[in-house]
Design a protein around this ligand. Structure first.
Ligand SMILES: Cc1ncc(COP(=O)(O)O)c(C=O)c1O
Length: 485
């Protein structure tokens, strides 16, 4: 082992030991206090800028001081999204083994682009990819890629779709680009997530190619709407359906819709960022019957599987199209025909070895543990929505059918209008978050403001649910709603 000298300090394994022990103590302290500290950030932007925005010195400082200073400067600037009372957006936590595997991933620091740069990273992705298909019950022959998130999983899947649809019309999009190519049409649920539009922008398909499919009262695309939209033109078409939208976890009726789209020659892509994981649950899997007939699926491990962030998954039936869209070779790279070179399946070049955290999460939970995580989250979402809706001044807007629900708060003003209720709902959400016990985000549902309840964190417990309902009750009383006697 060679030692270097930096800032007059010998750098070697012994320095790592002290530094990493110290870092571990900071991490454990943060995790231990998660349940007791405010779920909201308690340090304002100016303070964070002042603390972090120090002049960059000409000379470096010891690594331990860097870490101590970083922890001190960011104190109060982290949301408690790793904890059990964070219900905003759709943001999971990190299972213990997945967090630990993620630390090791940084420690090993291999470049998971090529087998040659990280043999274990390549093989762990092979295994984790096959476990995902097994747990989600998707075709075992589908190719896959671990991406930064569902956003880039959409990009990867839609790049494969673009390749396949144009290839079938004699056009090589990777070589000839899109100028002069048959125009691709996108039919997507009006409830789609904004990451679909961004993927279309990145791919040069453009958002003008998107035809929104209207949805029914339950936010689902109907067979009639899809059938009529497909009939309008015979241009190459991608149909994008939701395996749970972010407001109410609406799941499109796949067994009706996918055969219609396939008969019309369309490529069917599924946004299953979190909802696809309901396939792992005996209780909820029937809601996604037929989803296995799609051509591609985008999902996340960093939401409902609870790996640390930076972990999406693309799954594609046409592995030739997938590879053709992503493959790269260069003289200086060492390709290996008998093993997995991840660079050929993802939009990244140098990349993090994402498979270790997925592998760890699956092993820690086992099949039953994944199912239990899904079932518990859904039960907690229902308990939260019903418990909050039962409070004076609150109203149920959408009872969870999976892990997402909506409530709103009624203005105590006499003869309050819908606009008053909207404004009151927004200020109740802000007050709940400021109170610090729990954290929620808002949305507009059917033209009206609502508070979203999203449960995807393995840590959420019955006592988190009770503490949250009690906190919302206190906030409502402080804002003029009468307590129920
Ligand atoms: C339904 C849906 N699709 C896609 C995304 C984008 O996922 P990611 O943030 O992992 O890129 C989200 C994020 O919340 C989502 O809820």
């Amino acid at each position: 082992m060679t030692n270097n000298t930096q800032n007059g300090i010998e750098i070697g394994v012994s320095n790592f030991h002290a530094l990493l022990e110290r870092t571990q103590a900071h991490a454990v302290d943060f995790l231990n206090k998660l349940d007791k500290r405010s779920v909201s950030a308690t340090t304002d932007t100016n303070t964070l800028r002042r603390r972090l925005g120090i002049p960059l010195g000409n000379d470096g400082i010891p690594a331990e001081r860097v870490i101590d200073d970083l922890v001190a400067a960011t104190e109060g600037g982290h949301l408690g999204s790793a904890g059990g009372r964070f219900f905003a957006w759709v943001i999971g936590g990190a299972l213990p083994s997945a967090l630990a595997a993620d630390w090791l991933t940084s420690t090993w620091d291999n470049n998971a682009a090529l087998y040659a740069c990280g043999p274990a990273a390549s093989v762990v992705e092979e295994v984790a990819g096959s476990w995902i298909k097994e747990v989600l019950d998707l075709p075992s022959t589908a190719s896959f890629a671990f991406t930064t998130g569902c956003q880039m999983a959409h990009f990867t899947c839609l790049a494969a779709a673009r390749h396949a649809l144009l290839r079938d019309r004699g056009w090589n999009v990777e070589k000839d680009g899109l100028t002069g190519a048959p125009a691709i049409r996108i039919l997507a649920s009006e409830q789609r997530h904004g990451s679909i539009e961004r993927a279309l922008r990145f791919l040069g398909i453009g958002t003008a190619a998107l035809v929104p499919l209207t949805t029914d009262a339950d936010a689902r695309v109907t067979a009639d709407v899809l059938f009529k939209a497909l009939r309008v033109s015979d241009s190459p078409t991608i149909v994008i359906l939701d395996a749970a939208d972010l407001n109410v976890a609406a799941i499109d009726p796949f067994s009706e819709l996918i055969p219609i789209a396939r008969t019309a020659g369309a490529w069917v892509h599924i946004d299953g960022a979190f909802g696809l994981w309901a396939r792992a649950s005996g209780q909820h899997r029937s809601k996604l019957t037929g989803v296995e007939m799609a051509h591609s699926w985008a999902t996340d491990a960093h939401k409902w599987l609870n790996t640390p962030k930076d972990l999406g998954i693309a799954l594609i039936t046409d592995s030739n199209a997938h590879r053709a869209a992503m493959v790269i070779s260069a003289d200086y790279l060492t390709h290996d025909a008998t093993t997995r070179d991840q660079i050929d399946w993802t939009p990244d070049w140098t990349r993090r070895a994402r498979g270790f955290a997925v592998y760890a999460a699956f092993r820690e939970l086992g099949r039953h543990g994944v199912a239990d995580l899904i079932d518990r989250s859904c039960a907690h979402a229902a308990a939260l929505a019903n418990g909050i809706a039962a409070l004076h001044g609150a109203e149920l807007v959408f009872a969870p059918t999976l892990n997402q629900g909506l409530v709103r708060f009624l203005s105590p003003k006499p003869n309050a209008s819908e606009e008053d209720h909207d404004a009151h709902t927004a200020s109740v959400i802000a007050s709940i978050n400021a109170e610090g016990t729990a954290f929620f985000s808002g949305t507009v549902w059917k033209g009206r403001r609502a508070m979203r309840i999203s449960v995807v964190n393995w840590r959420t417990s019955d006592s988190d649910v009770h503490a949250t309902i009690n906190a919302v009750a206190r906030v409502l009383v402080s804002m003029g709603s009468k307590p129920i006697s």
